[in-house]
Design a protein around this ligand. Structure first.
Ligand code: SF4
Length: 364
């Protein structure tokens, strides 16, 4: 172990790529302050003193889902008391309201797999968004949703992605990756697309010029080795396409989930969140950005994460339903002034990702 750690430290000091054994050794050594300092060096090499944020609005179109993943607290069956599905009129009201938000730069659309909504419904939402907010980035749909659209409309992934791009989608979301291990997926989300399909849809998106995020869901029944294998698969695809913009880590929220109840799971602690963040920053040497999703992490941990390699605090959000369904008690929105204050307290410069592809434009 000492020999492997020595090699890992040498590589870290030279900004060289870590291998699987070295990453595991760093995880097991559990030297949080060393990991923080090392990950921060990587962050500052990539984005200097900047920390990004977005003025955005989330739209969750429906929680009615045919996949019934045990990991999920958001899903409902049709007719369920808590079920909802937005029609185009509802979406229009949200978009017109979003239009009044000063500096809005992104609409973020993610939903469940509604059994009775076809691809045209989702496409109409994109068209409406583009019509009402022509200059705003549309970050929409995960590979899980893309696979669902393809199956329902009998089109290839490339056809679906090209149509979405042509009508205004600017970025694909990175959700649904969970953990790539087939052993784990069989238990936590057996009906969801497998890892190869998730990666293939991302590869196709990147090929046609749609950038995307990537993600990992940790802190449930996966092993540490399975986490690191997941990260290495993302790193390999990024070597191939260069299409991932930002990496997000999602700690599993067990409340109100079948998975949490079955395995009596508790949410992992702050130490694990920060350690995984630093390990991920060190592993994904070819990713430019790491986002801390404050809704899931809580703002105190998200702020601390800026000292562990994150360089993006995400958005103002406006309204969020998926994570709050799992009993998360963080707020559903935050003001720009609060985000700036949180970033400046750490000693970094707050930068708004303003409009399409202008990441890095300082807010003042
Ligand atoms: S995780 Fe997504 S696909 Fe699975 S049940 Fe929840 S909403 Fe449906």
């Amino acid at each position: 172990m000492e020999k492997i750690l020595k090699s890992a430290r040498k590589k870290i000091s030279n900004f060289e790529r870590l291998n699987f054994d070295e990453i595991i050794a760093l995880y097991e050594e559990n030297n949080l302050l060393y990991l923080a300092e090392s990950a921060r060096r990587v962050k500052e090499r990539k984005s200097g003193r900047k920390v990004f944020y977005t003025i955005n609005r989330h739209i969750n179109l429906t929680n009615v889902c045919s996949a019934n993943c045990p990991l999920c607290a958001f899903q409902c069956r049709s007719g369920d008391e808590k079920s909802f599905t937005l029609e185009l009129d509802d979406v229009e009201k949200i978009l017109l309201d979003a239009k009044t938000v000063d500096g809005l730069s992104e609409i973020h659309i993610v939903s469940a797999l509604h059994p009775n909504k076809n691809f045209d419904y989702y496409l109409d939402v994109v068209k409406l968004t583009k019509k009402i907010l022509p200059n705003v980035k549309i970050a929409a749909f995960t590979p899980v949703e893309i696979a669902n659209f393809a199956e329902k409309s009998n089109q290839s992934y490339e056809e679906i992605l090209t149509t979405l791009k042509n009508f205004g989608v600017t970025n694909l979301l990175g959700g649904g990756a969970e953990i790539f291990s087939p052993r784990v997926r069989e238990i936590i989300c057996p009906k969801k697309i497998d890892a190869e399909t998730w990666l293939d849809i991302m590869r196709t998106a990147h090929k046609i010029g749609l950038k995307s995020n990537a993600s990992m869901l940790y802190g449930h029944i996966e092993t540490i080795e399975e986490r690191i294998e997941h990260l290495i698969k993302l790193r390999e695809l990024q070597d191939e396409t260069g299409g991932f913009q930002t990496m997000l880590l999602f700690p599993f929220q067990p409340l109100n989930t079948e998975l949490g109840a079955k395995f009596n799971l508790q949410r992992v602690g702050a130490w694990e969140d920060l350690k995984m963040l630093a390990i991920t920053r060190l592993t994904l040497d070819n990713f430019d950005h790491m986002k801390s999703f404050w809704v899931m992490l809580t703002m105190p941990i998200a702020q601390l994460s800026l000292g562990f390699g994150a360089d993006d605090l995400g958005g103002t959000i406006g309204e969020e339903k998926i994570i709050h369904a799992a009993g998360v008690s963080t707020r559903k929105n935050i003001s720009v002034d609060e985000l700036k204050k949180i970033i400046r307290e750490v000693g970094y410069e707050a930068c708004c990702t303003n409009f399409i592809d202008c990441r890095g434009v300082a807010d003042e």
